[in-house]
Design a protein around this ligand. Structure first.
Ligand code: ZN
Length: 120
């Protein structure tokens, strides 16, 4: 198991902060979960589509499709990233914590998390 501090250290890597994260947001500047529901959200809206009244939640999260669980290679894989608004990110995270796996699906509709029962 990876220690918790080590896990968080990944987010301090300059490869993440200066390159991967800003480059991803430039390429994908909208919440992908909102987009799937037909909502254009650049971080200024809630997941319900109304203006985000809390300025501290007016941003976009760069989320990992397959939970990296401290795995550096998975963490730094540009194809493992998606943009989410804070609402959708929280929801994803909660589901992940309850179930232990991500429900994210690839372009072929198949769950991409190796921990997903469909991949066991
Ligand atoms: Zn969203």
């Amino acid at each position: 198991m990876t220690a918790r501090s080590e896990y968080h250290q990944l987010y301090n890597l300059s490869a993440w902060r200066r390159r991967l994260r800003p480059q991803h947001l430039e390429r994908q500047p909208l919440c992908q979960a909102c987009l799937r529901r037909g909502l254009i959200n650049d971080g200024s809206l809630t997941s319900a589509g109304v203006e985000q009244s809390n300025p501290r939640r007016r941003f976009l999260v760069v989320d990992h499709l397959i939970p990296h669980r401290g795995d550096r290679a998975l963490f730094l894989d540009p194809s493992n990233l998606q943009t989410l608004c804070p609402d959708d990110h929280d929801q994803n995270k909660q589901r992940l914590e309850t179930r232990g796996y991500s429900e994210e699906r690839g372009d072929d509709g198949w769950p991409i998390d190796p921990q997903h029962p469909a991949n066991q």
